[in-house]
Structures are given as structure tokens and as C-alpha cells.
Design a protein. Structure first.
Length: 415
């Protein structure tokens, strides 16, 4: 029997998305009433355009918003064209670098692309809408903002928020600019309520303090109950945040990361993370998820293949997922080089150090030398023993040379 009345909250609970809510019974009632009336509830997810793509670490709240839309509700995606000029201090030890207008515009376009992979945008009742808080902050009067909004906040209360408290406990400086961030995010929530009837903010648990600043402002200034709903921070069995692969972010946008590498990230998930990732990163029904997560020993690899395919299908499309899957089969199961591997074109001979540097598998020749000493680099599946080795025409097979770093990273040199 379902614990909650609304479809959305039940899905969040069942799939492991639910961490904390400002008022779970009230939020559940609000959604249930909207679902009964066939009227979409409105919720938002905010992202500051500090980069030009989201990565796997951002997908958890984005998948929550995807399910929100699947349940008939309307998602808003807010890009912080204004708040990115300050930088969210949550989880940070120092002030973020300032971004120029050109970089911000470029990053916003990148975030639009990331969001559109998971949500349906358009003009229908529950189609997603993208908004930019620069639209309402660019002409705001500072004194009016202090008088109308600043008076609703207690500095005593703000000092207890994690983003502020942890910085002070470490005796790390926090600028007055950063201290204002939670006021701006709180104001965003209220603007979205006024403009779109938005009563829910969906986010990761690290945003709790900023969310509460909005729900409290809504209560004091507009006498309305707004809801904050957060997901847990997803970690692997070692306690490391999901979304990093060998120190590099697993990017959502295809110009930042190939579909093959995206597929391989999920294909190489640890055995203990398979069930959790199937629940969160795919749309598979729960009976299928439970069947797959119950697999043991070698059979768990079949679950990983399904996880990788389904996660890639959502982010990159079914065609790209199939191509990435076929490449992995050729490379790992048939011993052939696959067509979707990262590749570079070379003219003539090239040193093994330059080859691995140019394809991006190492950050420096020094790192390549270290990996050679450890037996970590291969050319055409043969371990490189000599750092002075030169890849020549004799190494090319059908116009290609296969480069491998470890067991999971592969690429091609093409003549």
C-alpha cells in the first residue's frame, strides 16, 4: 500500500529520491489535489551557469523534475544569470571567480541544452519553461530590496545556515556579497510563485538552507506555504560523490564527453551501486529494477549493461545509446576497435608520449612516463615498456592504432 496520496511523492520514496521536505504532508496534499483536479502543480530547479554543461552529479534533482513532469506537473528550470554573478557559497571554501557577460551567455546556452535532454519544453500545460533570474534582478533597486526583503530575514538565523556556519567555523572569510546569496535565492522562489504559481523547489540536500530562506520569505511576505523537497547526495561505496570519473566530470552535453564515455561511466559502476543507479538514473519500472538489482556474481554485468544503455538513452538518445553499446561489445567482447572511441588524426610517426597526451588520456608527458613505468599504457593491446617508443606506420592496422590506459579507457589514432 502506498504511503503517500500523490503519485510523485510515492515515486520519490520508492526510488530513493526523497531526503527531506519542509512539510511532506502538506506537499503531498498539494500535489494530490492538483492531480485530482487534472491541474499541474508547478515546481522549479535552479542552476547557476558557472559552467556550460551539467554533469552526472546534477542529474539526481533533474531526474526528480523529470518524474514531476511525468506525473502531469509543470517544471520550471531557473538559470541564475544574476546569482552566478555572486556564486553560491554552499560547500565552497572561498569566493567563486567572477564570470564575464560573454561567458555567462555561453554557459546559459549550455545549460539549456542539458535541461532539454531530460525535460520536454513547449507551450502545453505541463511543458517545461526556462527562466533567468537576471530578468528580475537587473533593474532592482538596492534600497527597496533591503527594505522590502531584507527586513524579513534575521542575521542570527542566517548565521546558523550550513553555508555560512561551516565557513565561519573554519575561520575562512565570507564576503558580504556571498552572505546575500540566500536572500537572492529566497526572492527567486517568491518571484516564481507570483509569476507562475510555483510552490515547490526541488534540489539536492546541499541547498536546504537556501530553500528554507525562500519558504520562510513566502510565509512572511506573501502569507503562502511554499515547499522545499530535496534528494540525498548520491555517493558510491567509498563515500565519494557520484559524477566523477578518474577525476573528470561526467558531462551531460555531448560536445564535452562522448556518448561512449558516458555509457562506460555507468557500465563500470561498482556492483553495490547498480540497484541505486537503476532507481535514480533510469526510467525503468520498479519491478524490472528489483529483478536486475537481485542479480549476483557475473550476472550483475548484464544489469550494468542495461543501466548504461538506459541512462545513455535518456541523456543522449536511443541511437547514441545503441552505438555506444555496440562499440563496447566490439571492444570488450569481440576484441575489435569500436567506431565511437575518442580518436585523433595523425600524419606520420608520433611518439607514444605525444599520442597519449594529444588524445587526452594524460595531462602531461610526466604522467605518461609514470603510467608506462606502472605498465598502465598499451598500444594495440601490447603494454608499452619504453617511454621513447615511436608509433609508426608499422603499428597501424586498417588505418588505426588502438591506445589504452588501464582496462577502461581506450582511443584510436587514425592515419
Amino acid at each position: 500500500m502506498s504511503k503517500f496520496k500523490s503519485e510523485f511523492v510515492n515515486i520519490m520514496q520508492e526510488r530513493g529520491f526523497y531526503n527531506q521536505c519542509t512539510n511532506i504532508e502538506g506537499f503531498d496534499d498539494y500535489l494530490y489535489e492538483c492531480e485530482k483536479q487534472g491541474k499541474p502543480a508547478v515546481g522549479y530547479l535552479g542552476s547557476d551557469p558557472t559552467g556550460d554543461s551539467l554533469h552526472v552529479g546534477h542529474i539526481v534533482p533533474l531526474m526528480m523534475l523529470r518524474w514531476f513532469q511525468k506525473c502531469g506537473h509543470k517544471p520550471l528550470t531557473l538559470v541564475g544569470g544574476a546569482t552566478a554573478r555572486i556564486g553560491d557559497p554552499s560547500g565552497k571554501d572561498k569566493l567563486r571567480p567572477f564570470l564575464d557577460e560573454q561567458t555567462l551567455a555561453h554557459n546559459i546556452e549550455g545549460l539549456k541544452k542539458s535541461f532539454s535532454k531530460f525535460l520536454r519544453f513547449g507551450d502545453n500545460a505541463n511543458d517545461a519553461v526556462m527562466v533567468d533570474n537576471w530578468d528580475w534582478f537587473k533593474d532592482i533597486n538596492y534600497l527597496s530590496f533591503l527594505r522590502d526583503i531584507g527586513t524579513c530575514y534575521s542575521v542570527n538565523r542566517m548565521l546558523t545556515m550550513d553555508s555560512v556556519r561551516t565557513r565561519l567555523e573554519r575561520e575562512q572569510p565570507m564576503s558580504f556579497l556571498e552572505f546575500n546569496y540566500m536572500l537572492l535565492q529566497g526572492y527567486d522562489f517568491c518571484v516564481l510563485y507570483q509569476k507562475y504559481g510555483c510552490r515547490a523547489q526541488i534540489a539536492g540536500s546541499d541547498q536546504w538552507g537556501n530553500i528554507v530562506s525562500g519558504t520562510e520569505l513566502g510565509r512572511r511576505k506573501y502569507d503562502v506555504e511554499l515547499f522545499g523537497f530535496t534528494s540525498p547526495i548520491i555517493t558510491d561505496s567509498n563515500g565519494k560523490k557520484m559524477g566523477k570519473s578518474e577525476g573528470n566530470a561526467v558531462w551531460i552535453n555531448d560536445e564535452k564527453l562522448s556518448s561512449y564515455d558516458y555509457y562506460q561511466y555507468f557500465r563500470n559502476i561498482g556492483d553495490g551501486e547498480v540497484g541505486k543507479c537503476l532507481r535514480i538514473y533510469t526510467d525503468l519500472p520498479m519491478d524490472e529494477v528489483m529483478r536486475l538489482e537481485a542479480l549476483q556474481d557475473k550476472e550483475i554485468n548484464e544489469a550494468k549493461k542495461i543501466l548504461a544503455f538506459e541512462a545513455t538513452k535518456i541523456c543522449r538518445g536511443e541511437s547514441e545509446a545503441k552505438t555506444a553499446q555496440e562499440t563496447a561489445v566490439k571492444l570488450f567482447e569481440q576484441g575489435m576497435a569500436g567506431g565511437e572511441l575518442p580518436s585523433i588524426k595523425v600524419n606520420g610517426d608520433i611518439s607514444v608520449l605525444d599520442a597519449f597526451l594529444q588524445i587526452g588520456f594524460v595531462a602531461s608527458k610526466g604522467e605518461a612516463r609514470r603510467l608506462i613505468k606502472q605498465g598502465g599504457l598499451k598500444v594495440n593491446d601490447v603494454t608499452v615498456a619504453d617511454e621513447n617508443y615511436v608509433i609508426s606506420s608499422a603499428d597501424f592496422k586498417n588505418g588505426e592504432v588502438k591506445l589504452s590506459q588501464g582496462k577502461k579507457k581506450h582511443g584510436l589514432l587514425k592515419a
